[in-house]
Design a protein around this ligand. Structure first.
Ligand code: ADP
Ligand code: ASP
Ligand code: MG
Length: 494
């Protein structure tokens, strides 16, 4: 199961302060940087990168540290390239990525002066050569696929960060590319590596602090890291947000800013609900639940490092500086409607384990969760009855082995193509009528699992995937659009 987070004012971590830590703390208080993370669409072409450089320029006095994702679609292409290489299709693998190399050089032509352009183009040449080397290594199975795949995936962030650093220098900023693999140290869970925070903090401070003291502006690729022995790892899809949080926490940043393509965290995914609106304030707990249950705008692991150092996280729109954005901090307060947002996550499986042995016996749940632990698989929603347990999971890499092992415990049923919907808001558990209104709104849609109470701020349920968009739209209309009309008619009606 996902780790339990502690969202109180002080965490166990911040209570364990050593004298050395205190000294550092006092020192950095005067040098509190601002983490600015730009996502893939924010750097997708010359116009977008130009906008980003203006944003960073306008905040040059706030000690910015820039974290950037690969240009949009580049990581997908690199992963596809790894797949084609494994199938022995090296030429096809090269073609997949070539058009993206050209996107980078086009931006360089548009935005860089001759000398900056020449050195960036030689980086692109190196990247081409690297793709060829790694593709061959994948085809010849010289090292585990997952390890080589991470090496390939890291090329996207390395290039976008080098390019952005060069563009910032053209603007007159003292930008310097830094390779996050030098200081973000992880375990070797390729594709979703977990940072070793102690080593990472020490290295991040040792490398980045002197740059800040020398008034340089560090620019790094998010998402990428390395093991203690120096092999490249990645932090999981969408992991650049997490990089910003790790670096921000290590350096006691004043703020972690996530610059993206929407005007903040919204009441629902704006791709599904056109009338979704920005939520000005969210608590860490609310943001964490929303991210965990599918609000892609924020990687779920971003919140914990921020909470531990009491750093506000701000979500901003890189295409609309006027937009107010969302601030995530400790207590965001309740809203009159209690429900603040609806998140959803597609592609979920439900596993049900049934056994008469469970009746009146103990140890049954442990036996089930041992299986998930052994296969390092995170589960989302869990419900139990007298003789059965139903569990939803998104990560199905180890599904076959999990099912095999669970069959030792009881009869196993797998349902595919499900979606989790999660309604979030501080005070949800203590407000009557919300569940009634919710399930009444979607009363013709079959609800397969329901969970409320584990956290006081969410109500989560599972339905069939093909009804998910419709369910989110109807719930949004009921909780936000109708509620707004009611508020308006109350305000003006009497
Ligand atoms: P980036 O490339 O900047 O990291 P992402 O694609 O990872 O951006 O995240 C932004 C996207 O998250 C938006 O385009 C939007 O479709 C999606 N999204 C899902 N749920 C929400 C939500 N509640 N609020 C805002 N955006 C959301
Ligand atoms: N480029 C990586 C991805 O597409 C990381 C990120 O964008 O945050 O998943
Ligand atoms: Mg993202």
């Amino acid at each position: 199961m996902r780790p339990l987070c502690f969202f109180g004012r002080r965490s166990a971590f911040s209570n364990a302060i050593s004298p050395a830590f205190d000294l550092f703390n006092t020192f950095v208080m005067n040098l509190k940087p601002q983490l600015m993370k730009f996502g893939g669409t924010s750097v997708e072409d010359a116009d977008a990168i130009n906008r980003v450089s203006q944003i960073v320029y306008s905040r040059r006095d706030s000690l910015p540290i820039v974290v950037v994702s690969a240009m949009s679609k580049v990581t997908d292409a690199l992963l596809f390239c790894a797949q084609r290489s494994a199938e022995g299709e090296l030429e096809a693998a090269r073609d997949v990525i070539e058009e993206h190399f050209l996107r980078h050089t086009t931006v360089a032509q548009d935005l860089l002066s001759t000398s900056e352009r020449a050195s960036f183009e030689s980086l692109v040449e190196d990247a081409r050569a690297n793709v060829a080397i790694i593709s061959r290594a994948i085809r010849e199975k010289r090292q585990p696929f997952a390890l080589l795949q991470d090496a390939l995936a890291s090329i996207g962030e390395t290039l976008s960060a080098s390019l952005l650093a060069a563009v910032l220098r053209e603007k007159g900023l003292p930008a310097r590319f830094v390779d996050a693999r030098q200081f973000i140290v992880t375990d070797d869970a390729w594709g979703r590596a977990a940072p070793l925070m102690k080593e990472t903090e020490q290295k991040t401070r040792a490398l980045i602090q002197p740059l800040l003291e020398a008034s340089e502006l560090p620019v790094m690729g998010g998402f990428i890291a390395s093991t203690e022995s120096g092999e490249t790892t990645t932090l999981g899809r969408g992991g650049s947000d997490f990089t910003a949080a790790i670096v921000g926490a290590s350096l006691h940043a004043q703020e972690i800013q996530i610059w993206t393509d929407v005007p903040g965290v919204m009441t629902a995914d704006p791709r599904i609900v056109r009338s979704a609106r920005t939520i000005p304030r969210l608590s860490y707990a609310e943001a964490s639940e929303l991210a965990y249950f599918g609000a892609k705008v924020l990687h779920p692991k971003t919140i914990l490092p921020a909470v531990e150092r009491s750093i506000p996280v701000r979500i901003c729109d890189s295409r609309n500086l006027e937009a107010q954005g969302t601030v995530v901090y400790f207590d965001a307060g309740r809203t009159p409607r209690t429900v603040k947002a609806i998140a959803h996550k597609m592609g979920v499986h439900i596993l049900s384990v049934t056994s008469a042995r469970m009746l009146g016996a103990y140890g049954f749940l442990r036996a089930i969760f041992d299986v998930f632990e052994r296969h390092k698989t995170i589960v989302d929603v869990v419900t139990t009855s007298e003789v059965s347990v139903s569990i939803s999971l998104e990560d199905t890499d180890a599904l076959d082995s999990i099912v095999r092992d669970l069959q030792e415990v009881g009869e196993v049923k797998v349902e595919r193509g499900r979606a989790i919907i999660c309604v979030v808001g501080e005070g949800l558990r203590n407000t009557s009528g919300i569940a009634g209104r919710l399930f009444n709104t979607i009363r013709d849609i079959n609800v397969l699992l329901i969970s409320q109470g584990a956290s006081s701020i969410n109500l989560t349920f599972v339905i069939e995937e093909e009804r998910a968009a419709e369910a989110v739209q109807r719930l949004h209309a009921a909780f936000f659009e109708q509620a707004a009309e009611e508020t308006l008619s109350h305000a003006g009606g009497h």
